[in-house]
Design a protein around this ligand. Sequence first.
Ligand SMILES: [Zn+2]
Length: 444
Amino acid sequence: MHDLLIHSCRTLTFDEDGRPAVLAEQNIIVDGQRISAIQPVSEGPVDAREVVDARGMLATPGFINTHAHAPMVIFRGLAEDVSIERWFNEFMWPLESNLQEEDVYWGMLLALVEMIESGVTTVADHYFFMDQAANAVTEAGTRAALGWAVFGDRGYDALAETADFVARWQGQADGRITTWMAPHAPYTCDDDFLRATVEHAKRLGVGIHIHAAEEMGQTRASLEKRGLTPIQVLEETGVLEVTTLIAHGCGLLPEDIELLARYRDHVGIAHAPKTYLKLGMGLTPILPLRAVGIPVGLATDGAVSNNTLDILESLRLMAMLQKHEARNPEVLTIPEALDMAFHGSAQALGMADRLGKLAPGYLADIILIDQSGTHCQPLHSATASLVYNNRAGDVQTVIVDGNVLMHDRRLLTLDKAEIMANVNRNMDRLSQRVPGRRIQVYNP
Ligand SMILES: [Zn+2]
């Protein structure tokens, strides 16, 4: 008797070279937290305690959102049509001075609802009051790689507190929560602060999730001020010696890519295309990064620069923008886009041995997507549909660690109405911007 049977789905698989294929009429068998077998329905009936009828559905690995500030959903829509400098200095950092612990809890829950509803089963999140985010993840049943964001001017005690968070939550929630050190960026953390962060990361055996070379202006400013690019600063301070997840990299120079290639077995880049479009930041050079084997994962970033946490929209934008940037529709093909969305994202988090693939031994983070809608029919290519046609609302069922979190669009672990009521309760306090009050200044 098995724990869970996902009965008769079409299954997205990847061969040794990472090329996707869709197999018809498969049974996915789950025992405990992991997939134990995937076999054709024709092999005969399977006994399981719980059966999910998946006829007509496409099963894929759960999506991995490699960089977000999920609780920022509470500020959604408050910083529109502004430059990156104004976005930070006039909006985000004043708004974030209003944050209280419980705001992060309810904001994280709202974000987790949105992510479950769009098929995201793992998020790498970078924010404040992260115990509350971890509590929310524990309740939701999802997987998360959490880091407590910190600025250098908060001092070494504050850094140590973020390290305490790492120690407190690493491996919690049945292993669904992993933790990272999360210094904000090289332009808000000086070299000694970054070195101290590396020491904590090494002591705790965890990685570092950091913003760097977010756009070319930051790289130019860093070169002018100190003759080093932000990526060279990461190398100089030892950050690249541990597992490192770099958010954005739209300001990477060719020499940065060469440098990062030396660390490619444990360094990844998170790519959040909608933020780059809205803030006019340029694009992560995905093609040259992938050409030298540096993993690039898919991300939404926070909802104040993206507006939603819709990972399918990010997937679509990622592929189309690389084609447009290269003026070549033959680059970033559907197989490559899917490789990035699943395997690349898992690699960027250092979790490719257990996530990003439907295969025996991998964690049972599985979503079922409906491709019967008019916007997908007729279905000549399930993979083309997944990248270019499917919408968040087509995600029907979400399973994490072998547990069903959403079934036929019905949430099983979270109460959406209660969460939205609690988020909206504090909107007046949260949306105020008090002149002169902000948590940080953007001056790269
Ligand atoms: Zn970010």
